[in-house]
Design a protein around this ligand. Structure first.
Ligand code: SD4
Length: 324
């Protein structure tokens, strides 16, 4: 028995690659790393790896984490520049006895010293997005709120392998136009991801500053440990955090989560419209699901072929330069 779940449609091809590994009795860690590497390398995903959107200084800074739910070992990197595959760096850091979470220049130096591939992660498309945004801000004088870039977000993967090992991983360029050095929830254990092979795993995407307020991935795993199924565990964690933030501050940022339990059952929950995810298991092919909310409860359905076609067409459509 094996299963894998990933945030957003962008996880599809990577989940298919990981499914082959898991179907052949492979390791959940290899599945998670292979899946996320593919997504990091694909240039048309604007918020993960190569092609990710830059910070306010037009520099791509990447966050990633990896957690082994059997040993509880984790590795994470924050605000790394020019590391081709942050997930591989995070996985490597998870094998050390200490120094598991490195950020900024220290993380970059570690990557260089240890032979990780270094490439310029800023693509021409990302530069156009950046310059368009600066143009709009100057033209309309409306500094936009720091928000997740609509529809193109952090990848979070949770995988269970046939030896009952559960692993979680994340990778992101974080929020478009973030301050240099800003780190979100994605590399933070308990917030962006958490794994416990005796229970399950969870991963989050959305506004890191709010996801961290609830240590939401840990909360979901604790909910499952306390007997909830993955769907109820996700729903409860999102609703609770959304409610307390609205009560305390009048608003809540985007909160979307996925989870699997040790039997390979999955769950998802969100407080936004348009969250999608990918799930595959030993008896279910990799498919994209779209969420919708009914009376405050997250439901999901299979994405239509039209939706899937439109997704890729939009990703690859030529960009108009507003600033020329
Ligand atoms: C962050 N949670 O850096 C990430 C971004 C994201 O949907 O997931 N956007 O805050």
């Amino acid at each position: 028995m094996w299963a894998i779940i990933g945030t957003w449609r962008m996880a599809l091809e990577g989940v298919k690659l990981a499914s082959e590994i898991l179907e052949n009795g492979g390791d959940a860690g290899d599945g998670v790393e292979t899946c996320i590497q593919y997504i990091e390398d694909f240039p048309y995903f604007k918020s993960v790896g190569y092609g990710g959107l830059p910070n306010e200084n037009m520099e791509v800074e990447l966050d990633s984490a990896y957690m082994d739910g059997t040993t509880f070992d984790f590795g994470a990197c924050g605000a790394v520049k020019n590391v081709k595959n942050p997930i591989s760096l995070a996985r490597k850091l998870s094998t050390l006895d200490a120094n598991n979470f490195l950020v900024g220049s220290g993380a970059d130096a570690y990557a260089r010293k240890n032979g990780f591939e270094i490439v310029n992660m800023l693509t021409d498309r990302a530069k156009i997005h950046y310059k368009n945004r600066i143009y709009e801000e100057n033209k309309f004088k409306n500094k936009k709120e720091l928000k997740p870039y609509l529809g193109h977000d952090t990848v979070g993967i949770c995988a269970l392998d046939s030896k009952n090992k559960i692993v979680a991983g994340t990778s992101t360029s974080g929020l478009f136009m973030k301050k240099a050095g800003r780190i979100g929830d994605s590399p933070v254990i308990g917030s962006g991801l958490y794994a416990d092979s005796a229970v399950g795993a969870a991963s989050a995407t959305g506004l890191g500053e709010d996801l961290m307020k609830g240590c939401i991935s840990y909360q979901i795993v604790v909910n499952m440990k306390n007997g909830m199924n993955p769907q109820d565990a996700c729903q409860d964690a999102v609703k609770y955090l959304d409610d307390v933030l609205k009560k305390a501050k009048g608003k809540s940022g985007d909160l979307s989560v996925v989870a699997i339990d040790k039997y390979g059952n999955f769950g998802c929950a969100t407080n936004i419209e348009g969250f999608s995810f990918v799930y595959a298991s030993y008896n279910t092919p990799a498919q994209v699901y779209l969420t919708y909310n009914e009376a405050g409860i997250t439901k999901y359905k299979l994405a239509s072929q039209e939706w899937l076609d439109d997704y890729m067409n939009t990703r690859k459509a030529p960009l108009v330069k507003k600033y020329e």
